[in-house]
Design a protein around this ligand. Structure first.
Ligand code: ZN
Ligand code: ZN
Length: 427
């Protein structure tokens, strides 16, 4: 393989006869790729897209030719990372962890949810994302992480549902890889992070590989309670009958909080985008969530009608006199124009709420400036409410106290040195 200077700065750590090679995610947010080798096994955790590299080399007119090119350019992990790897485990479906399912070699791939990955991939047909599809374009042959007999998986709370942490026992080391997570779950019954970590830490953990996204990150802090209060406050004061909302389609926990508040305040949640509605439908089924109110699916084209278990289908024009909150994915912002036309009203003075949690380098799905430009054109005001999908630095001590690892490798962070200093103080 060709290698360009600075493309792949793999770093290796040793613990007895176990080697841990980090091919992506060191000193950067996203693009995680870790290979654990010991005499009897070779396992990979995550193999994400490095969005910083993608943005550096590709755009509107310069596009990748192939998945191989993306590997050569350091956007995806290099081919050699997969040498001899028998199993690959994906912690969650954010693209900075999932990466391309067109992988070299003959390894068994374990996904957090095969069904959700399949549904998610329907948005990959355009642009560079087509290189993310499995070579066969089919999701048969993939397994779910909970089916594996070779590792232990526990659910953690994050802005993508479901998200897992993993425990792997090699010949001489027990390794815990956290993936991305919040310490304080929004719905502990779906994913209780610390309980999961306790299960995975029984007996001992030799090496903890953990994220540190929020170390030294500038953000507007909101607790879960304040997040609820902010949304509630908007819903109480807003007197119009039409509201727009964007939440990341995998962020089940935030979506459910918003849905519950909407029902309480007399809004009917409406989904116009079939892709968005399908993902929520599958997620709701996977947690056996009992909805307190109704969900409406209103595709803007009749050709897009499909049966969804948790939604009633209705034409958007039939909701003219109802109080509705319309969920649109950030990239589908233009549909506001079509929707207000069908509702025979205009968009001036309407509000669009964006719930966001992740640094842009994790997904890069929404081009924020373009979204703002469209909203301005439509006379719509955007209110942004932030709820981080990651734990906070002040929760780190609690994390270390729960897992009690002997060593720690920081990943998915711009502040690995701060994390190491704090780890040495708390361990
Ligand atoms: Zn991530
Ligand atoms: Zn993530």
């Amino acid at each position: 393989m060709k290698s360009y200077a600075g493309v792949c700065d793999m770093k290796a750590y040793s613990f007895g006869r176990t080697r841990i090679k980090v091919y992506g995610g060191l000193n950067s947010i996203g693009g995680n790729c870790i290979v654990v080798e010991s005499p009897s096994k070779r396992v990979m955790f995550d193999q994400g897209v490095n969005f910083t590299r993608l943005k550096k080399f590709y755009g509107f007119s310069i596009r990748p030719d192939s998945v191989e090119e993306l590997r050569e350019m350091g956007v995806l992990p290099p081919r050699e990372a997969y040498d001899g790897v028998e199993e690959l485990y994906i912690s969650h479906l954010h693209l900075d962890h999932l990466g391309s399912l067109n992988v070299p070699g003959n390894l068994q791939i374990y996904l957090p949810s095969v069904e959700l990955a399949g549904a998610l991939s329907r948005a990959w047909w355009f642009d560079w994302k087509q290189h993310l599809f499995p070579q066969t374009l089919s999701f048969t042959g993939f397994s779910t992480v909970t089916e594996s007999k070779n590792i232990m998986a526990a659910k953690v709370s994050h802005s993508a549902y479901p998200s897992y942490a993993f425990r792997l026992e090699t010949d001489d080391a027990t390794i815990l890889y956290t993936g991305d997570f919040r310490v304080s779950p929004l719905y502990p019954q779906f994913a209780n992070t610390l309980e999961g970590f306790r299960e995975l830490s029984v007996d001992r953990v030799d090496v903890l590989i953990t994220e540190g996204t929020n170390f030294s990150r500038k953000m507007n802090y909101l607790s879960v309670q304040q997040f609820r209060t902010s949304i509630k406050d908007i819903l109480e004061k807003y007197k119009r009958n039409i509201l727009f909302i964007s939440v990341h389609p995998l962020d089940l926990e935030s979506t459910l909080i918003v849905l519950e508040l909407l029902w309480k305040h007399g809004f009917i949640p409406v989904f116009t985008n079939p892709y968005y509605a399908t993902l929520l439908d599958l997620q709701i089924n996977s947690v056996n969530y009992e909805a307190e109110g109704s969900l409406i699916f209103s595709p803007l084209r009749t050709s897009r009608i499909r049966l969804l278990e948790n939604f009633e289908t209705a034409f958007i024009s039939s909701l003219k006199n109802a109080r509705i909150a319309i969920f649109i994915p950030g990239y589908d912002i233009k549909s506001i124009k079509t929707i207000v036309n069908l509702l025979e009203t205009d968009s001036s003075g309407l509000v669009h709420i964006t719930v966001f949690g992740e640094p842009i380098s994790e997904e890069w799905v929404v081009e924020e400036i373009k979204v703002s430009n469209w909203l301005k054109l439509l006379g719509v005001t955007n209110l942004r409410v932030h709820l981080s999908g990651h734990y906070y630095p002040f929760e780190f001590k609690n994390l270390i106290g729960t897992i009690k690892p002997k060593e720690m490798i920081p990943i998915h962070t711009n502040s690995p040195d701060t994390m190491k200093t704090l780890f040495n103080r708390y361990k």
